[in-house]
Design a protein around this ligand. Structure first.
Ligand code: GDG
Length: 500
């Protein structure tokens, strides 16, 4: 990374997310230890927090009985991006274990997750869970204020030193309410930005939410609200107008609220592109090369369209028997929300379906579906991405989908393979050279997979070159920079020279 690539926030940045960028584990001897998270978001955002002397507010992944138990430092030899995040730069939100399940599995994942993915029949609406959601959001806000106080910025703070608070995702849509209120009352200047990682649904779906007005007001307490794509921005603006009666400017994506003008911005997230290229360059060969591999990698979640995808692959083998014995589908399904019944049922359905399809087509030398239920290492994943012939990314609905982007980054073999994306993922909006596949139309999806498997080499090269070029430029650092720039907090040496 060159100096020009280093992203810096002009003031300090406080990140507020449901999870801290590491989880705490209790060792057998009773000691607490950190286990770092390796996601792209953490890799991109942690250095901005660390370099700018900022803070991270979040839940540490376990319940701590003793409210004064200190957060441990990183282990010696830890080279992950969060290693430099000292414990005094972390505010661990100690959510009451009695309400955590109701807040997290109940309201966040039982109400908002399905509804925002436009699956209202799966959503439940329970006022007790909503009450706990409000309580937890308030607690996150209090911890954020505590973090803001440690920065000791008064009302005379110069513009470029005003701290930036960046709140993440659907678990914390109300937190800005109390952060703004207290910061104003106590004259602590700050800028507030929010980013939603999942889709924002259209008005006709959003209106099903009994607490929609409160959610919109919560988000509007920020100075800027970011989404992956313009469609989600327009849905949000539309809901603000129709639910709250706000004046809006659709062209410039502005919403007026309480005498303030809130900016709404599409900020499509990227991946650490170069890191994936490097991983792909070093990953050992994972497939024998006898069969072409059609690859799916997903958390095991009903939004990811796994059942539809398997049915499409079955249809491919029915309609195009020439692929039998030649092509295998490899599906990695990462366990997710395993204590929720709906997710357990999905796992069972999926495994039955795989059994049925494999039973129907398997020969002594070939099986149509290889299935991994579990997490593979990132090196191995990069090898899968590199050596697969088709990347099959067909969610029913998805905020962005990083797998599509990681797949193209790792496609370094010559000639490359083909990416298929669903138009219902944010990635489908931006990755124009991928083949588009409607997961709901099984027969059509089977034809798209056939087209990918038979695509001429020169077309594959052309499409993949464009896809890779875009993701390389619009990587996760670019995303962080765009956010800071939209908030007026991107450090540019010239501005600071002016200030003296
Ligand atoms: C939310 C939004 C949005 C998967 N399997 C393994 C593994 N993974 C990693 C992938 C990728 C990540 O998990 C999944 O990211 P997605 O974007 O696909 O999906 P969500 O988890 O639903 O994320 C989504 C995202 O937030 C960011 O804004 O794109 O729309 O729903 O990075 O690499 N990693 C390893 N082993 C696995 O088996 N190591």
């Amino acid at each position: 990374m060159t100096v020009a690539d280093v992203v810096t926030c002009s003031g300090s940045m406080i990140v507020v997310s449901n999870r801290l960028p590491f989880v705490l584990k209790r060792l057998e001897d009773g000691r607490l230890t950190r286990k770092a998270s390796a996601g792209g978001l953490v890799t991109a955002v942690a250095p901005v927090v660390i370099n700018g002397n900022g803070l991270w507010v979040g839940w540490p992944g376990i319940h701590l009985d003793d409210p004064n138990e200190p957060i441990p430092e990183s282990e010696p030899g830890d080279i992950t991006p969060t290693a430099g995040l000292k414990s005094d730069k972390v505010v661990a939100v100690r959510v009451d274990p009695n309400i955590f399940d109701s807040y997290y599995n109940g309201c966040c994942n039982g109400t908002f997750w399905p509804l925002f993915h436009s699956m209202p029949d799966r959503a439940t609406f329970k006022s007790e869970e909503w009450k706990d959601y409000v309580t937890v959001n308030k607690q996150f806000a209090e911890c954020t204020i505590q973090a803001l106080k440690t920065l000791k910025k008064g009302k005379d703070t110069p513009q470029h030193e005003i701290p930036l608070i960046w709140v993440h995702d659907y678990q914390l849509m109300l937190a800005a309410n109390w952060i703004r209120q207290t910061a104003e009352e106590e004259e602590m200047p700050c800028k507030l930005g929010f980013f939603l990682h999942i889709p924002f649904p259209p008005w006709d779906i959003f209106r099903l939410l009994p607490w929609g007005d409160e959610i919109l007001q919560g988000m509007l307490n920020c100075d800027m609200v970011g989404f992956h794509i313009t469609d989600y921005c327009l849905n949000f603006v539309d809901c603000c107008q129709r639910y709250l009666g706000c004046r809006v400017d659709r062209k410039n994506l502005l919403v007026e609220q309480g005498g303030r003008s809130v900016r709404v911005r599409p900020l499509p997230i990227g991946i650490p592109f170069e890191r994936f290229v490097e991983l792909a360059e070093n990953a050992p060969k994972v497939f024998t090369g006898e069969h072409k591999i059609v690859l799916g990698v997903d958390r095991l979640d009903y939004t990811k369209g796994l059942v539809h995808r398997l049915l499409a692959f079955e249809m491919l083998l029915e309609k195009h028997p020439e692929h039998r014995g030649q092509v295998s589908m490899m599906q990695v399904a990462v366990p997710s929300r395993t204590d929720v019944k709906e997710y357990q049922e999905l796992k069972e359905n999926l495994e039955q379906l795989i059994g049925r399809i494999n039973g129907k087509f398997t020969t002594p030398n070939w099986s149509p579906i290889r299935y991994i239920y579990g997490q593979v290492s990132q090196d191995e994943l990069a090898g899968f991405y590199r050596d697969a012939f088709v990347g099959l990314v067909t969610p029913l609905r998805d905020g962005m989908n990083l797998v599509a982007k990681e797949f193209v980054a790792c496609q370094i073999n010559s000639p490359p393979g083909v990416l298929i994306v669903s138009p219902f993922a944010g990635a489908g909006e931006t990755m124009h050279e991928a083949l588009v596949c409607n997961p709901y139309e099984i027969a059509g999806a089977a034809e798209v997979i056939h087209r990918a498997l038979t695509m001429p080499e020169d077309e594959r090269i052309l499409r993949m070159n464009y896809l890779r070029r875009r993701e390389k430029v619009n990587d996760v650092n670019f995303w962080t920079k765009s956010f800071l720039s939209a908030m007026g907090s991107l450090f540019t040496p010239e501005d600071h020279d002016d200030v003296g």
